[in-house]
Design a protein around this ligand. Structure first.
Ligand code: UDP
Ligand code: MG
Length: 154
């Protein structure tokens, strides 16, 4: 099923000048960039975005690290994009993530781990709404679509 998912390039990625390199990994895979913007996160949006972690001891440090610079938010589209992008990101801890995954290739940290990626269809819907207005998501189509997928796949 054609899906959209939210990716955030975290401040560690911005600070390490890896914005272009990480975006190009998603492009190279064949995913479509449906939305793209830079934004400075604040307490309110992070309390919402990481609501499942507010009681954890590392939450203040996580929040701090997510506000260190602006992030780059991406709406990424493809068939089964939510699972595909999670697989591309790899497990949370960069030291445990396998080479070939984004975190495995670019991160040594359980916190400074390059990307956020939505973890399921419900989360993706809520998170895309949290970071993008409707008019910031674009429905153009890639001319390479017929080379990216079999006709019965999309
Ligand atoms: N995090 C952390 N320490 C931990 C677990 C998570 O700093 O022990 C941070 C890390 O940046 C992670 C984010 O909190 O990406 C969200 O955690 P989650 O469990 O949702 O992992 P993710 O979905 O990003 O893999
Ligand atoms: Mg998560």
């Amino acid at each position: 099923m054609l899906q959209k998912t939210l990716v955030l390039l975290k401040p560690c990625t911005v600070q390490r000048s890896l914005i272009g390199e990480i975006i190009s990994i998603f492009e190279r895979k064949g995913l479509r960039i449906a939305g793209l913007k830079m934004m400075q996160l604040d307490d309110a949006i992070l309390a919402e975005h990481y609501a499942h972690l507010v009681d954890r001891p590392f939450f203040p440090g996580l929040k701090q690290s997510m506000m260190a610079t602006p992030v780059v938010a991406l709406a990424v589209e493809g068939v089964d994009a939510i699972e595909v992008v999670r697989q591309m990101a790899g497990p949370t801890n960069g030291r445990k993530a396998l080479p070939g995954t984004i975190r495995g290739d670019y991160s040594m940290s359980g916190q400074q781990n390059i990307v956020h990626a939505s973890d399921g269809p419900e989360t993706a819907a809520v998170e895309l709404k949290r970071f993008f207005k409707d008019e910031e998501i674009f429905e153009y189509s890639l001319p390479t679509l017929r080379s990216l997928y079999a006709t019965d796949e999309v």
